[in-house]
Design a protein around this ligand. Structure first.
Ligand code: PHE
Ligand code: ZN
Length: 850
């Protein structure tokens, strides 16, 4: 049962815990429905704390026995934890509790997935395992003994003993309880080895269920590359004798950085050419790196409290992005990140769920693992680096590791290392952590007697709880191009700190064309009223690869908005620009394929809303289709040549080069299939020898209204492989026409393989519904009702995944009154569901603006 009135936790109320933990010993006696957890914890009074209340968190536990210094005690137990009188001196707490992993469908705490035991403790799941001060600023060494008759028994740290039916693990590094992990099952190791920079040998293992052995090699290589990169670039060495990764099928998120024992959603680690797309490979490499990098940014230096989540997540996302840039193409990665930020973070930051990178209050912390904390949090670090320079950044990071190793820190600590390194006052910069909303920058230009003046103004609209906004420090990278396309001023970082500020460039021969916000130097919306001709010029000449891409993107957006608002024809600037880009064989294929991308329909809806129009999802969909068709016709003659440019005559490799060719090949196939009804795509499907080609061909066929035979064939071929079956489910919803989307989705929920309790399967279908803009928003509200039905059904089983998916409704206020009413009615219906989880209650009430 949940509280009638959910409690709100505030950053300003932070108080240290009254006790320190010197050591933790845990013994697990595993049993599906009655696992016993025996804890032995050495506490001592915390000299830095004033409040000595002894409260231990604990939820869904059956307390069997509690003992202090050898004497049995009777604590005062509630559904949140317990209190008891303790000595005013060091003491030993011992408790025996019983838990039921077999019925734990929320996938938090100790649970079971396909007969295997595993844990998920971040953020507040350890309290479902035993009574403990479950907060990140309480750090301790752990020893764990696991008794169970499963062949593989794993926990954090180094192995310290094992025999038939038991294993013991010792983790020498003090850690918060959220990094605790345990895995037990019938697992197979894909082994590996790494020698660290100081010459220590580390045993690596990727543990999988029998049958998945063939999908481990890529992940293992990614792990080794990550370990090497963190040594080379950040000087960070791994600190245990062993590093284990485990793949589990039932997992709410991508993966988890538990000390020495990372647990991964199998979709974020298992890979093979036959079953994984290039996008899957790239994502897996990035997530493995991310979790590994947490060993220093998150584990060795952790967060004081959950308000500081961006301290570890923003920094670790920033680090994994650097890694991907180094391993692959830096411009392509930057473009992917901008696309992703606009698709996921901007809607959050410009709607009812808007919150600062460091939130100041929450009801359920699980609801704050957001694109704002993660991706905007990483952008903030990128800005800091751009402002202080690469060298100062490296020095500041070294100071951070030296000064704070072993501590639980705050954003203040983080900013202070930069202030101490550079002598710079970062007070205003800190607004990036406290002020929510996406700043908009508008541009005015002046040209007189060889002097070009750029006037930039910033404004951020009010967001929930923040009616008034102050100017932020915004690094705006700018370069100037001459009329012939030459760069007349190299990139310079302008620091915009005022509401409005002018920057002058003198000694110029002719009025330049400005390339503003190069490399996407800040997570802002740039409102620059370029003409189509200027955009086309930048698309042809910009020397900054990001902005060259952006010019094409903006041109596409302007073209689409005119088509939607004024029923205009596609226009030749965009079409000729695309033709020129595609013809340019010097441009990397990956980059050319990105150039062909269009703003998402949801982004177009946002742009219409922002400019005072009411977005009509059908009109947006029609405009996109029309522009696609026009593009296909316009570049038709080039398609065969492009196709031949993308052929690969080497064995499959998921590297950036081959992936880029396949991406361009896919874009070409898509345009081709708009002209030939899918004939070429059918050939490609039949010839496909890897998942990228197979899935691309199938997708082109389905979008062309064909491919039913291939769809059935695909299922028959892959029905034994759950990760591929997820793709089969998702693709049908993604490619469905607006009119049929709700019905296609509903039919899929009746399929025997729709195991809706598995988060990957649920998201494959319902996530795809929410992403199919015109289909989800189909007139009449069938999409809304269907999603709400399933969210209501999932909530008692898995609150965390349910709550996350409520964000599909976050943009409800953009649309017409009828759609608003229908979305609001579904949100209200969810809110009114008896016993709704705290997670979902918070999300729905924030979305409704209650
Ligand atoms: N800390 C994990 C990561 O960023 C994400 C996560 C959060 C996983 C909560 C599970 C639960 O890598
Ligand atoms: Zn993380």
């Amino acid at each position: 049962m949940r509280d009638a009135a959910p409690t709100t936790i505030y950053l300003k109320d932070y108080m240290p815990f009254g006790y320190l933990v010197d050591s933790v010993h845990l013994t697990f006696d595993l049993a599906d429905h009655a696992t016993r957890v025996t804890s032995r914890i050495a506490f001592c009074p915390n000299p830095e704390a004033t409040d000595r209340t002894f409260f231990l968190h604990g939820e869904d536990l059956t307390l069997i026995r509690a003992v202090i210094d050898g004497v049995e005690v009777t604590p005062n137990v509630t559904d949140k934890g317990l209190t008891v009188d303790v000595p005013d001196a060091p003491f030993i707490w011992e408790a025996v509790v019983e838990i039921d992993p077999g019925n734990n469908t929320a996938l938090e705490g100790l649970y079971m997935s396909n007969g295997m035991y595993c844990t998920q403790c971040e953020a507040e799941g350890f309290r479902k395992i035993t009574y403990y001060p479950d907060r990140p600023d309480v750090m301790s060494v752990f020893t764990v003994r696991i008794n169970g008759d499963l062949p593989v028994l794993l926990s954090n740290g180094n192995p310290s003993g094992k025999s038939e039916g038991w294993a013991e693990w010792t983790d020498p590094w003090p850690k918060p309880a959220y990094l605790f992990a345990l895995v037990a099952g019938d697992l197979i190791a894909h082994p590996g080895q790494f020698t660290t920079m100081s010459g220590r040998d580390v045993e690596l293992n990727l543990w999988v269920r029998p049958g998945d052995e063939g999908k481990c090699a890529f992940g293992m290589e990614a792990l080794k590359k990550s370990m090497k990169w963190d040594e080379d670039v950040y000087g960070r060495e791994y600190d245990l004798d062993m590093f284990n990764i485990v793949a589990v099928d039932d997992f709410n998120m991508g993966a988890m950085e538990n000390k020495g024992l990372n647990i991964f959603n199998s979709s974020a680690v298992l890979a093979s050419p036959e079953t994984s797309t290039d996008a899957n490979f790239e994502r897996i490499e990035a997530i493995i790196a991310h979790e590994y990098f947490h060993n220093w940014t998150g584990n060795r230096i952790t967060c004081r409290d959950w308000f500081q989540l961006c301290l570890k997540e923003g920094l670790t996302v920033f680090r994994d992005a650097q890694f991907t840039s180094d391993m692959r193409s830096a411009p392509v990665k930057r473009i992917h990140d901008a696309i992703d930020l606009r698709a996921r973070q901007f809607p959050e930051d410009n709607g009812p769920l808007s919150h600062p990178v460091r939130p100041e209050s929450f009801q359920e912390i699980n609801n704050f693992y957001t694109a704002t904390v993660y991706e905007k949090g990483a952008e903030v670090i990128g800005m800091l680096k751009r402002l202080v320079g690469d060298e100062a950044y490296a020095q500041a990071l070294k100071l951070y590791f030296d000064r704070h190793d072993g501590q639980a820190c705050t954003i203040e600590d983080w900013i202070k290392v930069f202030e101490d390194t550079t002598g710079r006052d970062l007070t205003q910069f800190k607004r990036w952590y406290s002020q929510s909303g996406t700043p908009r920058i508008s541009v005015a230009e002046d040209w007189q007697d060889g002097t070009y003046t750029l006037t930039l103004s910033q404004r951020t609209k009010p967001t929930p709880g923040q009616p008034e906004k102050l100017p932020q420090v915004i690094p705006v990278a700018v370069g100037l191009l001459g009329q012939n396309g030459d760069e007349v001023r190299a990139t310079e970082v302008l620091e915009l700190t005022e509401a409005e500020q002018s920057f002058t460039f003198s000694g110029l021969a002719a009025k330049p064309v400005a390339s503003i916000l190069r490399d996407f130097s800040a997570p802002v919306i740039l409102e620059h009223d370029h003409t189509d001709a200027e955009r086309a010029f930048l698309l042809a000449h910009d020397t900054d690869p990001f902005n060259r891409w952006q010019a094409g993107r903006s041109l596409a957006q302007d073209t689409l908005l005119r088509m939607i608002r004024e029923d205009a024809a596609p226009g030749t600037n965009y079409l000729d620009g695309m033709l020129a880009v595609l013809r340019d064989g010097d441009l990397d294929p990956a980059y050319r394929s990105l150039m062909l991308g269009l703003p998402t329909q949801s982004e177009l809806a946002a742009a219409l809303f922002e400019s005072g129009n009411v977005p009509d999802p059908m009109a947006i969909w029609t405009a996109v289709e029309t522009l696609r068709q026009a593009t296909a016709q316009h570049v038709q003659d080039l398609l065969p040549r492009l196709h031949s440019e993308t052929l690969i005559d080497a064995p499959f490799s998921p590297d950036a080069d081959q992936a880029g060719k396949r991406a361009l090949g896919g874009a070409v196939l898509y345009l081709t299939s708009r002209l030939d009804g899918g004939a070429k795509a059918a050939e490609e499907y039949a010839a496909a020898d890897n998942m990228t080609r197979q899935l691309t061909a199938l997708s082109c066929l389905l979008r062309a209204g064909a491919g039913q035979t291939e769809l059935a064939d695909f299922y028959r071929q892959w029905q034994h492989d759950r990760l591929v079956v997820d793709k089969w489910f998702g693709l049908q919803v993604t490619t469905a026409s607006p009119e049929t989307t709700p019905d296609v989705t509903r039919t899929l929920t009746e399929h025997p393989d729709f195991n809706w309790k598995n988060p990957n399967r649920f998201r494959a279908v319902m996530g795809a519904l929410a992403m199919n803009h015109a289909g989800f928003h189909r007139a009449g509200g069938a999409g809304y009702a269907l999603l709400a039905d399933w969210l209501i059904r999932l909530d008692p089983v898995n609150p965390q995944t349910t709550a996350r998916m409520c964000s599909a409704f976050q943009t409800w206020k953009r649309y017409d009154v009828d759609r608003q009413d229908r979305m609001k009615a579904q949100l209200t219906r969810i809110a009114d569901t008896p016993n709704l989880s705290r997670d979902t209650t918070e999300m729905v009430s924030r979305i409704l603006g209650a």
